[in-house]
Write a new protein. Structure first.
Length: 634
């Protein structure tokens, strides 16, 4: 499904013929006096010469004895660094090598990585870097890492079939908007948030982790990318005090190459990029771009901006980046990364079949074209089928299946089927569960989200709704009401659901909300202590714009006035709305979430001003359901 990209040119290649790594193309970190000495890593002094080559391999060596004038408390490592540096200003880059660590001794780090190019003597933190590292205490997993002008990167380790003592082909691809890591042509990791920008050189090295003391401290515990694994430092890797006690270890590199990937790059403008039949990359970089991969197994990355992206034919990988993007994988088995913005994955059910959607969050949506489906028709199967064995959920609908990669244990999927004929579509979202609410217990502010799924509360002229009072616990006899908001923002059809939420008969807790017109939204209001102030209100209410008497318009953002045709303006009561823009200071007075099964939206109201109240949001809790939920029309 996800394979390496084609190369447009080989920029650098070395198969290490001869007896030494060539000094024409390679160098090493030179020892300098002072605090920014780059030739000392961990507890290891790097040799001041290039590694040997043997049998068409670079043999990157580390000894436990550091000969004079080296210090008696350090290992003696080696490295090779390309003299040339590369960046992605002219297109994506692929860095590939075939290598292994010889032996089983722990306590060393063997690196195949790129590192930002610095002038001699410069401070090298923060920096850019992309890594493959063999941690020799953990020979079953390869460590990956990436830095974007950072001192601490983002490490993750992944199991490798057969372990790291045998040859594997390791490759990472660096584009302006994404970094991808492969082992034996199999994708193991992708990174869209910390993508380097600076020119980088290719490094090969082998060095020992510190046992104790020294400039880098020690001993080192487990790799942060493998927190359940063994410590990086191995106390059996002893520093030799004499040449006779020396032990030698080797990191064997069969070949390395650097490729310019077949790439089309955008710029800061609004770009329109169309791919060819090749396996290529389209990266919009910035701006509001339109990207179409065409044929081939492509990488399509939006970068910054609000982009429209299509994979076209082939097994494509699409990366939304930042912004609000519309992403279509099209035919083939696609991998769609929704990125950091609010993204819409828009495809037919047939084209979604076999796809994987990554990082799908509460702000994202799958818009299934040509299908009307209720939540009852969706099969949801949790598992561990994601990249690197991460969590995933398999969704099955109408004979098609697609995978949601990530942790979706804290909520459930909801379906919103709307429209008819050529406009028929179903919006699938993930919503978190309603938090546990308790009297007087303040809800974590990060969970106060207003109405989580506005499309669920929007009608199409055919879908009906019901409201059910779940609970009410308050010092106030609150009144709960509902109204509709037309497509132009005007409020109409104001009704009272429960005059006194503290006193509702068990058989009267569910109310029919009717069938909103196409584009009409359902919204709610709470009159603080409304029953004690007004009693049972008549069925002739309206919300009007202050000072005009005209129906209130939500688009102007002015808190409306509630009035009755017989009682006049209902003054002297505090009214809160589920739509935050109608509350004073646009305060959120509700939070929401779904329940197991994803068939209802639960809403909790706070009946005190959020700036001064207890913010427990359990004063009135109710649910909204659609009247039809068990259907499927494709």
């Amino acid at each position: 499904m996800t394979s390496p990209l084609s190369a447009s040119a080989v920029l650098f290649e070395d198969h290490f013929s001869g007896t030494q790594v060539s000094d024409v193309n390679w160098d090493y970190n030179h020892w300098i006096q002072g605090p920014n000495n780059p030739s000392y890593l961990g507890q290891t002094q790097m040799r001041q010469n290039l590694p040997a080559a043997e049998n068409d391999m670079a043999r990157i060596r580390m000894d436990t004895f550091n000969p004079p004038p080296g210090g008696p408390d350090s290992y003696y490592g080696s490295e090779a660094i390309t003299k040339q540096a590369w960046d992605v200003s002219a297109g994506g880059l692929g860095f590939e090598g075939k290598f292994r660590f010889e032996g089983t001794q722990g306590g060393m780090i063997a690196g195949f990585f790129t590192y930002e190019q610095f002038p001699s003597g410069a401070k090298r933190e923060p920096h850019d870097e992309i890594d493959f590292e063999i941690i020799t205490t953990q020979m079953q997993k390869i460590s990956t890492n990436v830095f974007k002008h950072q001192e601490v990167g983002t490490p993750h380790s992944y199991a490798v079939d057969g372990g790291l003592g045998i040859d594997h082909v390791y490759r990472f691809e660096w584009l302006p908007s994404v970094v991808r890591w492969f082992v034996d042509n199999k994708l193991i990791r992708e990174e869209v948030q910390n993508v380097p920008t600076k020119p980088q050189q290719l490094h090969l090295n082998l060095w020992g982790a510190p046992q104790a003391g020294g400039p880098n401290g020690g001993p080192w515990g487990p790799n942060p990318g493998d927190p359940g694994g063994p410590p990086i430092t191995d106390p059996t890797l002893l520093i030799a005090k004499t040449p006779a006690a020396n032990k030698s270890y080797f990191f064997d590199v069969d070949y390395v190459k650097v490729e310019r990937l077949a790439t089309q790059l955008g710029d800061s403008g609004h770009n329109n990029l169309l791919g060819s039949a090749a396996n290529e990359a389209l990266d919009g970089v910035a701006g509001d771009d339109t990207l179409n991969g065409g044929d081939g197994n492509d990488v399509v990355a939006g970068g910054e901006g609000n982009d429209t992206m299509a994979g076209g034919a082939g097994d494509d990988s699409l990366y939304g980046g930042t912004g609000a993007n519309i992403v279509s994988g099209g035919a083939g088995i696609d991998r769609i990364h929704t990125g950091q913005g609010a993204d819409t994955v828009r495809d037919t059910l047939a084209d979604l079949n076999g796809d994987t959607i990554v990082a799908f969050g509460a702000n994202d949506m799958v818009d299934i074209q040509g299908t009307l489906a209720g939540r009852g028709g969706l099969g949801v199967t949790p598992g561990n089928g994601g990249l690197g064995g991460t969590g995933s959920t398999m969704l099955t609908l109408g004979g098609s299946s697609f995978q949601m990669e990530g942790d979706h244990s804290g909520g459930d999927f909801m379906m919103v089927a709307r429209g008819s004929g050529p406009d028929a579509h179903t919006m699938l979202t993930f919503q978190t569960f309603l938090p546990t609410l308790s009297e007087g217990v303040r809800v974590n502010p990060t969970l106060v989200n207003g109405i989580a799924n506005e499309p669920f509360l929007t009608g199409d002229g055919t879908v009906g709704f019901t409201a059910e009072l779940k609970s009410a616990a308050s010092a106030y006899a609150n009144t709960l009401g509902v109204y509709r908001i037309a497509a132009d923002g005007t409020i109409s059809d104001v009704q009272i659901l429960f005059n006194n939420t503290l006193n509702v008969a068990s058989g009267a807790r569910t109310v029919d909300l009717g069938t909103p017109a196409d584009g009409e939204r359902v919204a709610f209001f709470l009159i603080q202590n409304g029953f004690n102030k007004f009693g049972a209100l008549p069925d002739n209410l309206s919300f009007v714009t202050p000072g005009t008497g005209a129906p209130s318009d939500t688009d102007i953002g002015i808190p409306p006035v509630l009035q009755s045709a017989t009682l006049g303006a209902l003054s002297g009561a505090t009214i809160f709305h589920s739509l935050s823009t109608l509350n004073p200071a646009e305060a959120m007075q509700v939070l929401s979430g779904t329940s197991a099964g994803g068939r209802e939206l639960l809403i909790g109201f706070e009946d005190l001003p959020s700036a001064t109240g207890d913010n427990d949001f359990q004063d009135v809790v109710f649910s909204i359901k659609t009247t039809t939920d068990d259907f499927l029309f494709v």
